[in-house]
Design a protein around this ligand. Structure first.
Ligand code: GLN
Ligand code: ZN
Length: 746
């Protein structure tokens, strides 16, 4: 048996239906579980997944589990471990986590967004000295945990393209120069898998669907020329997820790989798909990204077209477009959703059902599944006819100019901000007391009034703390927000929240995206009471805090039945009303967070202009009603400033804070090179790690920044919000930050 199965998924959620993975690893980090206990708990999650998939009828299963991140899994397995950790060989579970999270003076691996998703991976660090070779048999172990599993590994080209140069590497060093060594390590891995009896291996190569400033087709030939020519290997399935293969299809087809998985949700059938005739083609027709039921009839048509174009000796299979890691487990548990909306949805388990249906239709003819196709049609019609879906107009992009920046600077002078103003990104630690109060409120054990009192007490505490620390622009701390998107989603019409719809964001962190299913509008102010209460407690400027339209879209499951731009403008209009209400309440600084701006950026350059047009336009729509004297801030949560500097410029915010510490202020290069005239706050320390940065360390970062940015425009802030941190490290870190700013001012 070597034909690829008719139905599979490219990956399945790893967090467990009740976030068992998160709980297991966090118990270990907290010292409540041993490494062995944790490993056993993780193995139980995997066994649970296999049992569930079998129960659903899916025989061909991926072995794609990760305890933290799939990129780190393969990089650590082939020796790509930063020298600063002084580790060698196969990593113990504890060391695996140490590198992911940092320890003492050793910063963790940089973390950044995985393609245009809301998942974050750990960036491999490769230098000329890195000893790349297979050191760990994790992949083999997972693959042989049960019979017939298909290991899933990030492919060599993607790994090399995502890597960055290790500390101390020469200026002109590129990790791509080590591709041959990486490939050699994969050759070893493939041999081990073959030896263990593995029949197919899936190499995930999402990098092949994106544009890079290098010759990717040449890398494809270089890597797969070697891998595919090996005799001792399983069959190779290259998964081109997240977009279109375009120029990389032909070089792949020239190698002897056995199959290609295409993302047919993001891209259409490739123009040159015939080049794959005779191989296995895995058609990713069911989205691994959204939660809407598949249009089965459209997918059937797509499969027919593929079959016609590829001919009978091509093995055609049905799958998801990407791993299902981006969607929750099971919609049938969402019993509190309105029944009509629930009937429009498919989470991971329902998608498995759709794939099985399509595979059966492909095998037996579409008549065999006509009932399912008809049901899918009926669901779509009902959804389109629903009044909440049909209501709402496109607010249009007019009215989005503020007066020129220079005039705003004058109008904002009376805010009294000097050189290097210090601030935070908004949230303060979400303590267990806060979470317990929220849970008690939800459960009806705390009245609205008691809950408000608890949140006000927290705000008072946070405001006093900031005054003591000597910060210049204060925040209310966002205690009342379970999540920066969900909070707004719950207050806006057109959204619904799930109960169990968790997805992995990074490591053990999970989020529960809301479902944006209908027309969006704001029935009442959302943040004004909290912000004005906080402002009443201090003489210092209080920053109002909103989540921007693009981020609200990016971190929700968004309706797929109208252009994203229209949905974004509806959200923007609701935020614009909120900005006006904050101003009316006397709030003079308003931050509209857009950490996800880059996340949705199309992977292909020629698709980007359209995106930037509607995303930047919707941000401006949300903020442009502000008076010149109101200072608009935005926060962007990543460090690839260069890629979207035009977009950032287009946002026209008065102040932009960005992530910078993990990349050692590299983000400032484009600022220096092409000039950026407005306020900017390059994060001076990394909040994703519990490590407390020293004054000297922050001072050094600030001096790097001060060399490029004038003192009046240089803001001093952490990389991101503090909600995931504990108070102890937060206070110590902020005190050091304020002191570092004082020294640099002097
Ligand atoms: N204001 C938010 C916070 O501080 C921003 C979080 C983010 O960028 N992801 O938590
Ligand atoms: Zn952030």
């Amino acid at each position: 048996m070597s034909l690829f199965p008719r139905a599979t998924v490219l990956g399945y959620p790893r967090i467990g239906p009740n976030r068992e993975t998160k709980k297991a690893v966090e118990a270990m980090w907290a010292g409540r579980a041993t490494a062995d206990e944790t490993a056993a708990a993780l193995a139980a999650v995997r066994a649970g997944t296999r049992a569930r998939l079998s129960e659903l009828g899916l025989e061909a299963q991926p072995a794609d589990f990760s305890a933290y991140d799939q990129v780190w899994d393969i990089s650590s397995s082939i020796g790509i471990v930063p020298a600063r950790f002084e580790l060698d060989g196969a990593l113990e579970l504890a060391s695996y986590f140490t590198v992911a999270r940092g320890e003492g003076s050793r910063p963790p691996l940089e973390m950044t967004k995985w393609f245009d998703s809301n998942y974050h991976y750990l960036v491999p660090e490769i230098g000329p000295e890195t000893q790349i070779r297979l050191v760990d048999d994790r992949v083999v172990q997972l693959a042989t945990e049960a019979p017939g599993l298909r290991p899933v590994v990030v492919g060599p080209v993607t790994l090399a393209l995502l890597a960055k140069a290790a500390d101390g590497a020469p200026e002109d060093f590129s990790p791509l120069s080590r591709l041959d060594d990486i490939v050699a390590a994969y050759v070893e891995l493939l041999a081990r898998l073959a030896e263990a009896g593995v029949e197919w291996v899936q190499l995930d190569e999402p990098a092949l669907t994106a544009d890079w400033p290098v010759d990717v087709p040449a890398l494809v030939s270089q890597a797969y020329g070697v891998l595919a020519s090996r005799v001792e290997r399983p069959k190779l399935l290259v998964a081109a997820t997240y977009g279109e293969l375009r120029e990389n299809l032909a070089p792949l087809a020239e190698t002897a790989i056995d199959g290609v998985a295409l993302d047919l949700v993001r891209g259409g059938i490739p123009a040159d798909v015939e080049l794959l005739a005779g191989r296995t083609v895995v058609a990713g027709v069911v989205s691994g990204r959204n939660i809407w039921r598949n249009n089965l009839r459209a997918s059937a048509a797509l499969l027919d077209e593929l079959r016609a174009r590829l001919g009978e000796d091509t093995r055609l299979a049905v799958a998801t477009s990407t791993s299902l890691q981006h969607v929750p487990h099971d919609v049938s548990r969402e019993t509190s959703l309105p029944e009509d909306v629930r009937s429009w949805l498919a989470f991971a388990d329902q998608k498995v059902g759709e794939i099985l249906t399509l595979a059966r239709g492909l095998e037996e003819g579409w008549d065999a599944v006509e009932q399912e196709l008809a049901l899918s049609d009926a669901v779509r019609e009902a959804r389109a006819a629903h009044p909440g879906v049909r209501a709402g107009e496109d607010p249009g992009a007019g009215a989005s100019e503020r007066v020129p920046y220079e005039e705003r600077v004058d109008a904002q002078r009376d805010l009294g901000l000097g050189a290097l103003p210090t601030t935070t990104i908004g949230s303060f630690p979400q303590t267990s007391e806060i979470r317990m109060a929220r849970a008690a409120h939800r459960a009806g054990k705390l009245s609205d009034e008691q809950y408000d009192d608890a949140m006000r007490a927290e705000i008072l505490h946070v405001v006093k703390l900031q005054e003591e620390l000597g910060l210049d622009v204060l925040v209310h701390g966002e205690a009342e927000r379970n999540d920066m998107v969900q909070y707004f989603a719950e207050l806006l019409d057109g959204f619904l929240a799930t109960e169990h719809g968790w997805v992995q964001s990074y490591g053990s962190r999970c989020t529960r995206p809301s479902i944006l299913w209908g027309a969006v509008s704001r029935p009442a102010p959302m943040t004004v009471a909290w912000s004005s209460y906080a402002a009443s407690l201090t003489e210092k400027p209080m920053k109002g805090m909103l989540t921007g339209p693009v981020t609200i879209l990016a971190w929700s499951f968004v309706r797929d039945d109208q252009p994203l731009g229209v949905t974004a403008r509806q959200v923007a209009w609701a935020l614009r009303e909120e900005v006006s209400d904050l101003e009316a309440a006397g709030i003079r600084i308003i931050q509209v967070d857009e950490p996800a701006l880059r996340e949705l950026l199309p992977l292909r350059a020629d698709d980007q202009a359209e995106y930037i047009d509607w995303s930047v336009g919707s941000f401006r729509l949300s903020t442009s009603s502000a008076a010149p004297g109101t200072q608009i801030h935005t926060h962007l949560c990543y460090s690839e400033f260069n890629e979207i500097i035009d977009a950032i410029d287009g946002l026209d915010a008065d102040v932009t804070s960005i992530e910078a510490s993990r990349s050692r202020m590299e983000v400032l290069e484009p600022v220096r090179d092409r000039g950026y005239a407005r306020g900017i706050g390059p994060g001076v320390y990394d909040i994703h790690s519990p490590r407390v940065p020293s004054v000297e360390e922050i001072e050094e970062q600030l001096r790097l920044a001060a060399a490029v940015i004038e003192p009046e425009r240089l803001w001093v802030n952490p990389d991101c919000g503090l909600k995931t941190r504990a108070y102890e490290e937060t206070i110590a870190s902020l005190a050091n930050m304020v002191e570092a700013a004082r020294r640099v001012r002097g």
